[in-house]
Design a protein around this ligand. Structure first.
Ligand code: GDP
Length: 454
């Protein structure tokens, strides 16, 4: 996502920053290139036009052109305006439960969350993902109900997802119509003390009158606290048109943008706020039920401008690496007991965090390093190979790598389908980590580590 846009903007800004002084013409030329880059990324034309107008107006202001680093100032303005275009900081809901709350559920229970969108947009999956989030992260007791009587087996699909997510679903009554199902769901939620009711409405292949009439009817019986439009980011300009049609007809409160893990050019994400007037609340990032993230405009803008996304990275790391594991590992390292089993654990964690590519993409200044890694063949396959190599060693060898003589190395290489060279690489990496540990120890243990990290 955003890769080519990010590359294009990077080139424009590198050129701007390379100059001492900027003329009004320099800014206008650069903005023309930015405009083309936005349009190529599928940003809706009026949205791109507005964006360029705002940035240009601010950028040719006196204080920018006369400032010491005019190029940097322009980049900063573009960053600010990108954040605004993506919905500004308000998209990060500040509900009674703090920053983590994306949805406004502070109504008399059950708070109804109505999910709307076209067929195949990822509506049913997103319903289950959000229900799971509410249950796991906010301690809610959600009930899900499918109102999709058009698509065969849609109701069963939600039931299956509910089982996987550990979220209750409304029992299916064959032949019941959407508005009646909504009423029954409300009754059941009240009776059984569910505090959130998620309604997965019917999709259609295209926006049509019957669909809109049904959405309105469901909304009027359920008075939803949130109406979330689910759109597929891969459909680019179409997603924007769909959002426009829905927001004209139903009172949306937010957008869920799915398939952000795909290679969408980003235009849908960039246009959504301007077109619907509503924030993107969640981004779907995969097929699994926990592949959903809060949408943070500032972080996404950072990613687009190639400044990396340190905050996301840190959050992901904190979720992946359990505190005790890290502490245990640190102790073993200090005691000089960091063996190949420990190295293997570390590699696994890197994999869980989304592999090298994901890490590199999120860290500042890592775009270039990522390209270098790819060209030297250092990709996620390497992690898998390393794991296979360590897996082919005996327990003794893992604990005492010095046992690995030429003969044993050959066996490990054969067992893991790699080469002796690759086995050596891992051993060297392990040795180097050991050496670094000794260094840290000499510098005074963990305090020294702090100093080393700056
Ligand atoms: P619906 O017709 O709108 O209810 O769509 P579904 O929820 O059935 O999703 C259609 C397909 O898209 C399913 O195979 C989902 O697993 C997949 N899907 C949904 N959201 C995402 C996402 O964020 N990323 C990816 N890669 N796949 C998704």
């Amino acid at each position: 996502m955003f890769d080519s846009l990010s590359d294009r903007l990077g080139t424009v800004f590198d050129r701007l920053r390379g100059r001492g002084a900027l003329s009004e013409q320099d800014v206008r030329d650069a903005m023309r290139e930015v405009r083309v880059a936005l349009l190529e990324a599928d940003v809706a034309l009026p949205v791109a036009r507005d964006f360029i107008a705002r940035v240009t107006e601010r950028a040719i202001g006196q204080e920018v052109l006369k400032s010491v680093t005019p190029g940097q100032m322009v980049v900063k303005i573009v960053n600010d305006e990108l954040v605004a275009m993506l919905g500004g900081e308000e998209a990060v809901g500040k509900g009674p439960m703090g920053e983590g709350e994306a949805l406004n559920l502070s109504v008399a229970p059950p708070a109804v969350v109505m999910m709307v969108g076209l067929q195949g947009s990822g509506k049913t999956t997103s319903t289950a993902k959000i229900a799971k989030l509410l249950k796991d992260k906010q301690g809610k007791k959600p009930l899900m109900a499918s109102l999709d009587v058009n698509r065969p087996a849609a109701q069963e699909q939600l039931a299956v997802l509910g089982e996987q997510a550990g979220v209750a679903t409304l029992p299916i009554v064959a032949g019941q119509q959407p508005v009646d199902i909504a009423r029954r769901a409300l009754g059941a939620a009240k009776l059984q003390n569910f505090d959130v009711l998620l309604l997965d409405t019917a999709g259609r292949l295209h926006v049509d009158e019957a669909l809109m009439a049904e959405m309105k009817a469901v909304a009027s019986v359920s008075t939803p606290a949130e109406v979330l439009l689910v759109v597929d980011s891969l459909t680019g300009q179409d997603a924007v048109n769909v959002a426009q049609s829905f927001s004209d007809e139903v009172p949306l409160t937010g957008v869920v943008l799915t398939r952000m893990d795909g290679d969408a050019r980003g235009g849908a994400a960039l246009s959504m706020r301007a077109v619907t007037g509503k924030p993107i609340k969640f981004a779907g990032t995969g097929e699994k039920l926990d592949a959903i993230e809060r949408f943070h405009p500032a972080r996404v803008a950072d990613r687009i401008l190639g400044m990396g996304d340190v905050v996301s990275l840190v959050e992901r790391a904190a979720e992946t690496i359990k505190a005790e594991d890290a502490e245990d590992l640190a102790k073993r390292m200090m005691a000089g007991k960091f063996d190949l089993n420990d190295l293997r654990k570390q590699l696994k964690q890197m994999q869980n965090m989304g592999g090298l590519g994901m890490l590199a993409g999120m860290m500042p200044g890592m775009k270039k390093a990522k390209a270098a890694m790819a060209s030297s063949g250092m990709d996620d396959k390497v992690l898998v190979h390393m794991d296979a190599i360590i897996g082919s060693m005996t327990e003794k060898e893992r604990a005492r790598p010095e046992l690995l003589n030429a003969k044993r190395k050959k066996r490990v290489a054969a067992g893991s389908g790699t080469s002796v060279q690759e086995v050596n690489k891992i051993l060297k990496m392990h040795q180097e980590m050991g050496r670094a540990m000794k260094q840290i120890k000499k510098m005074g243990g963990l305090k020294g580590l702090g100093a080393l990290l700056g």
